[in-house]
Design a protein around this ligand. Sequence first.
Ligand code: FAD
Length: 479
Amino acid sequence: MSQPLKTQVAVIGGGPGGYAAAFAAADLGLEVTLIDLEPNPGGVCLYRGCIPSKALLHCAKVIKDAEEAAQWGIYFERLRIDLAQMREQKDAVVGKLTGGLGQLAKARKIRYMRGRAAYQDSTTLTVTADTGEEQTLVCKQSILAAGSRPTTIPSLLVDSPRMMNSTRALEIEDLPPTLLVVGGGYIGLELGSVYATLGSQVTLVEMTPSFLPGVDEDLRQILSERVGGLFYKKHFNTRVEKIKEMKKGLRVSFRGGDGNAFAETFDKVLLSVGRTPNSSGLGLNTTKVELNDRGFVKVDAQRRTSDPAIFAIGDITGEPMLAHKASHEGRVAAEVIAGHNVAFEPRAIPAVVFTDPELAWCGITETQAKKEGRAINVARFPWGASGRATTLSRPDGLTKLITERDTGQVIGVGIVGTAAGELISQGVLAIEMGATAEDIGLSIHPHPTLSETVMESADMIFGQSIHMYRPKAKKDEQA
Ligand code: FAD
């Protein structure tokens, strides 16, 4: 083993949490070493998550848009899909972005070590390269950003090339004639809709009564109408009990909520039932870091773990397991190490399901507000009344605003429709700035845009908006 290296801040994991933390720490004048197994920073998000999935969802959207152009008198020749080229283009997108992050790390003079890090004690790490070569790294502080991996269900483990997790599904090795997606969360829906649009016959199975548990029903309903239609079959309130490899495919045994057992055969099965933190194998037992009962690292508002020399951020610290949450935590941890008095205290973390239509929300949901017995006003602006949505032939949308009854402040926004993921940032800004519905209604929005639906939903809090008429009497919907 060579001489130990020294660094002020070691960042373990180069995902959106780790690289954001490393970049912020370097920008604050700290000397930083970033460690990851990949050749460049990027993490799950860039290599196996957000970016490749959105690249494939873009392909699916192009196909659907082309099909639907017929209503405008625009016809294309028969669809031909070159999977190898699609994969190449997706990989090129990933390569471009991760390469760019590598350049940004270099420009900031961050030492990038490729290997697997493990603690020897709170301030000493061993970094093991692919070759098995070991390097000791001594740091003053470290930021743990080792992320998460797909959850497996031991009883459903089948050693078969027909079984996929999200990482393998993103490789689109082929288009199986029949595919079962286990799990109706956002990853199952996104990847299921890609395969369905590309031509697979996709069945979805979900343990709960519907897709996206926890999302407000009115928003989910609109998503279900179109996205649900892509699936050949949907089994809700249903568990997968067993998967068995047969000559002709995977034989899957289900049990419905009514106790009924049935079985179906699929060419491939995609298991997308959640994410597990990468908190084992890191030598955390040699530190004072504490984990909760699900294996997530416990942190305080400044992202300090129970060990004074170690911070933790991103998926490894728990829900919501989203890239932008990880990045913001990374910035906070770096600033705290640099001596700033800051904390991770967001009022709203947006979440987006990138299906077509997209579904996005931030702040409190109506379901949650009602559960907590909060006094709220709720306004809904259906996109059938939006000029822009009509020009796009996409009236299947809804913008919904939730305000606090006493103060009028916006505390939640939910949007379903084309580009909802872009529009939701307006809601995040409103909540973070403590804006009221009146503030939004008084802000002039450009016409014709989908962003006007946010302004009109704000007007609806007071009963009317220009493009929606509600007969008197029923002024506000009060919850
Ligand atoms: P990760 O991105 O998981 O990165 C952790 C890194 O640590 C990895 O590169 C890993 O190699 C490295 N590592 C682990 N252990 C060690 C070790 N011992 N030594 C050195 N390095 C180590 N989120 C969104 O916000 N929007 C989306 O649209 C979205 N889509 C997704 C789609 C899919 C299919 C998946 C799977 C996830 C998606 N996510 C999305 C979630 C998002 O990818 C994660 O929330 C995000 O990547 C978490 O960032 P992180 O920095 O915590 O960790």
